[in-house]
Design a protein around this ligand. Structure first.
Ligand SMILES: [Zn+2]
Length: 136
């Protein structure tokens, strides 16, 4: 159980929870596309086949298809907008996370002189405090 909690903590901190949330949202939006495809095209087509025949009004069929196409297009556009907004959101969150990490661990620009233990520039070949020559 303790191991489980540790693993969960690692999992949550690594940002996988974020990825998963995105996956769920994208998955939901994609389900919308599939549902729209079914309800706008396949169901009317099936009912047309079931009830159709020589007496089917051609104008009515054209109108149904037009309405279905625009409805489906709306769903696809909704999906694209959702994906785009999520993409921007995740990008900015990742940027914030990177900035936080950079602040935590700045690249070292100084080193310690092995003779007097003073902080001296990384590139120094002679210590400014005790004037010892330093190996690179
Ligand atoms: Zn020194």
């Amino acid at each position: 159980m303790k191991k489980f909690l540790e693993d969960f903590k690692k999992f949550a901190l690594r940002g996988n929870v974020l990825d998963m949330a995105v996956g769920v949202i994208i998955g939901g939006a994609f389900t919308g596309i599939v549902t729209s495809l079914t309800s706008n095209f396949i169901t009317p087509l099936l009912s047309l086949i079931m009830t159709g025949g020589p007496g089917v009004d051609e104008n009515g069929v054209a109108w149904t298809l037009g309405a279905a196409a625009s409805s489906f297009l709306t769903t696809v556009i909704n999906f694209l907008i959702t994906a785009f907004v999520l993409f921007c959101l995740i990008r900015s969150i990742n940027k914030l996370l990177t900035i936080g990490k950079k602040k935590e661990a700045p690249a070292p620009t100084t080193k310690k002189c092995p003779y007097c233990l003073s902080e001296i520039p990384l590139e120094a070949t002679r210590c400014p405090h005790c004037t010892s020559e330093l190996k690179k």
